[in-house]
Design a protein around this ligand. Sequence first.
Ligand SMILES: [Zn+2]
Length: 850
Amino acid sequence: MSVLTRNEAQTRAQLLDVHRYTVELDLTTGEATFDSTTAIRFTARTAGDTFVEIKPETLRSLSLDGQPLDPERLDGNRYPLDRLTAGPHELTVDATMRYSHTGEGMHRFTDPADGETYVYTQLFMEDVQRVFAAFDQPDLKSVFDLTVTTPTGWTVLGNGVSTQATEGRWNIAPTPPISTYLVAVAAGPWHSVTTQHAGLPFGIHCRRSLAPHLDADADEILDITRACYDRYHEKFDEPYPFDSYDQAFVPEFNAGAMENPGLVTFRDEFIYRSAVTDTERQTRAMVIAHEMAHMWFGDLVTLTWWDDIWLNESFAEYMGYQTLTEATRFTDTWTDFGVSRKGWGYDADQRPSTHPVAPAPDAVPDTASALLNFDGISYAKGASALRQLVAWLGEKDFLAGINTHFSRHKFANATLADFIDNLATATDRDVHTWADAWLRTTGIDTLTAHVENTGHSWNLTVDHAGNRPHRITVGAYDHSLDTQTGTEQLILRDRFELDIPQDGTPTTQPGHRPDLVVLNDHDLTYAKIRLDPDSWDTALTHLSGIPDPLTRALVWNTARDMVRDGELHPTVHLTAARTHLPHETDLALVQGVLGFAAGQIADRYLPPQDRPTALATLTSLCRDLLRRTEGLTAKDWEQAPGTTTPSSPDPGLRLIAVRHFVDAATQPDTIQDWLREGTVPGGPELDAELRWRILTRLAVLGATDETAIAHELDKDPSATGQEGAARCRAALPTTEAKAAAWQAMFTDDTLSNYLFTATAQGFWQPGQSELLHPYVARYYPDAIALAARRGPAIAEAAGRHAFPAHAIDPDSIRLGEQALTDPALTPALRRKLTDQLADLRRALAVRDAH
Ligand SMILES: [Zn+2]
């Protein structure tokens, strides 16, 4: 198979003008394959050679302008169209295509809960070729007119409104001009909730076995959808460009969601079978808002080439968080962004694989290299840069520039240069220079505060390591004794704006020096922050007393990257978590800080002999959180999300404590009791997610067996249950269990993407290093061969979840470095291994630093 290069795309875009695809899909031809017939009407501007792409199981026939072509001439995924004459043409292609089980192309899934089958497309980048023939590049937009034949009883969803012409035969209304990667179809016996908003049909859909869970949250999902829709119409001049808005929650989806015009697909874990925290609901809402932003940015105006993926994603990420804050009950989204997303960007930016937010066009020469850029840089750093841009330009000018961008390029394509030029029309500021400093460079600036007391005033000087301009806010806080509770709080004395770099003279502020000075207090920029020593002492001892959660998130991020840089002992971070999290009220912060403490500090940054103590610290912290959330009634657990009053115990907080207690348990007794009783004393009652979580931990500890796993699977035979069982079986500390899991992952090639991931998650356990040691060396050749056989989605899962991330020693790193020289390594796996090895080296450096 050939990947498309940028040069080839440019040549073809100059030659062709594509008008219309008429596609017929027949989904009634069996479980392995489906039939695909395509007619493409297009014009060649001049005479010339080109090609069309398709990845068929069997290419049955083709014709050009009514003349048959020889199917045998298919070369990999390219069919040559030689010596095209100038003028209009019609190409027809008739083929049999294969269903996928990796979430790429036309994914087919049979629900173990009820035996119902569902299919959906994910055509991103170049997977349209797995479904029908196409001139597959983003800047050859066209009208798409699809007809789908299905088994009876199915519903078909598509980009446009779908109607059933006769039993099992569905027509989807033709689209306006869109890119090939944005075509979507989802078919099956969906459960649907539909409504109208602003004159458009809105629908939400999921497989039938999840129906009660979708229904329970339908109002919440649709309310957020409507609120975002209305807010975007206040921000954007262009109206919503498509004829309907469907959101389908589909099984075994690889990403969070995909912004197909008029038919957004989401992973169906967003339909909650078990209890979740309000932060998790906020994440779902953010994804809804993110995907809807793409309807304008991405779908209406589309990147010309894949070097501008970041612009799509950064924009949607920024808009998603910002729009939720403005338009929904989730008014504190930037704290979650700070604690859960920025670290993703900071981490990616410190690995050798980092790249400018906007890579140079020749740095993305083909589609395979573009696929590597779906990372913390393109999403989190890019969104942080846009947030800083808005702080610097003002929102009014920013939106004016965006609206110019939409009106100039609607139903067409645009580049970063177009975007910057359009912003420049709306402001006097030099956005071109700003873009060069922020978007064309790599790495993180560091801002270090120096505070000096001068008697009646204090001076602030900021050391700036780096070259980007920053507009930040500085917060000045003082101690204050709360006479009612006897506890010490920090209160905000003053907050002021500061442009970095300063002109050399320190900023002078009235009064004595504050007890705590926080640079980037509103987290408006993207930089490492280092407090002055006195402020750092105050922060460590009074972190939970800082009034604004966004400020606390910033301080926690500072602690996090000080640990990663070897400047703060990991146990100091752990002690701060132990001290402050029991008093923390922001769920996103508790979740994020605990996640880092458990997954990085206990499992990786501390040497193995210190891990039991770290886990004991975590379980005692969780016991504190459980004590703080006692007294919840059954009604509290059932209460509609977001309606708890701040003073009452938060069920979400208790749920986080229960989950982390289970994951950190070093003795089986307590959690075994919970599983036997079916409840945590004082709640919650165990739902399927908690039962599987406990059983996984018992498996890790060797305190359960196959009989118990099979029994649990009988009780929960759903897809999630199958994943839970696979995770448990792989986690059992026996040579047989590990051998079976390895065989399933690396030899069978039958595991779906989700079952592969679940097996991998169970397999590697930091407490089982002796048992797992032989697999460290086996991993590299087996993963390289697997990635070559099964493609990018499985390669990604193998690199992310099946990697020996706890083998933190020089031998393991050496093995990995040798593997990087293997010529059989695919680009997707190479990138994952490069990043994982960088993280191993960092973990080793953190251990060596103390
Ligand atoms: Zn996106």
